[in-house]
Design a binder for this molecule. Structure first.
Ligand SMILES: [Zn+2]
Length: 260
């Protein structure tokens, strides 16, 4: 028996650069960014961001920004603005021309958003678990994400698939998507993102097995350097039974890769 949540066609959650091909079909788990009532937050009651706020705007674009998260306040927006002006000058631009006047402030807010997961604890989303007499595979496929390559500060975008074997405890399926979203909102490498998610699920759910597979396209490979549009990077992290038992591993990989 397999509990799955996938194949929910939705518009891409992130604006895709027009000059890049779309190597992946994008599915979205419909994470409700405003639904603070179901949050398993350990830091007190959540309150929705006021209308028109930065969080609101982000939500429109499908980004998850925790309204509780005071990360923006901890980001030195003015320092980023100055740095962006320096970069613009350094490449030969005039930061004072009309089209660029507001760019530094815009970029600063964007970085605050892209790195909103830097100081938060994504494990809090897995704090609330339910006792359930179910010990087969739970798989959530096609969790779309957008992260930032820490080597080039360029986005990498793709899908994560998370499977686990419960040991009496299950978690709300959307919480797995929230974990991915938050871990992605840091300067990242895909390998660490994959392992971080696997470790959190294993630890917080005491899962007997965890399999995390991440596939993504890295802008630093497609639009600069070697310039190979369409190349995919796949990473996986196996824990417990999925690592030790070849049959369990084959089963979960078969489900993750299954045409649907
Ligand atoms: Zn890179």
């Amino acid at each position: 028996m397999v509990k799955r949540e996938s194949n929910i066609p939705a518009s891409p959650p992130h604006p895709w650069p027009e000059h890049l091909p779309r190597p992946l079909e994008t599915y979205n788990l419909e994470v409700d960014v405003h639904d603070s009532s179901t949050e398993c937050s350990t830091n007190g009651s959540a309150s929705p961001a006021p209308a028109g706020s930065e969080s609101d705007m982000s939500a429109e674009h499908g980004f998850f920004v925790d309204p509780n998260e005071a990360h923006n306040e901890r980001v030195d927006l003015k320092a980023i603005e100055s740095a962006v002006r320096v970069i613009l000058k350094a490449v030969g631009e005039d930061p004072n021309r009309e089209g660029l006047l507001e760019t530094p402030a815009r970029v600063a807010r964007m970085y605050a958003e892209m790195f909103a997961g830097l100081k938060s604890d994504p494990g809090r989303h897995l704090a609330k678990v339910f006792t359930e007499d179910y010990d087969e595979i739970v798989l959530v496929r096609d969790i779309s994400f957008c992260s930032m390559c820490e080597h080039h500060l360029l986005p990498f975008t793709g899908k994560a698939h998370i499977a686990y074997l419960p040991s009496g405890k299950v978690v709300g399926l959307s919480k797995l998507a929230r974990v991915v979203e938050e871990v992605a909102r840091r300067p990242q490498v895909q390998e660490r993102l994959t392992q971080t998610v696997a470790n959190l699920v294993e630890e917080k759910l005491s899962a007997r097995g965890v399999a995390v597979v991440v596939e993504s396209t890295h802008s630093c490979m497609t639009m600069r350097g070697v310039r190979k549009p369409g190349s995919l990077c796949l990473t996986s992290a196996m824990r417990g039974a999925f690592r030790d038992d070849p049959k369990s591993r084959a089963e979960v990989l078969g489900l993750i890769n299954r045409e649907s």
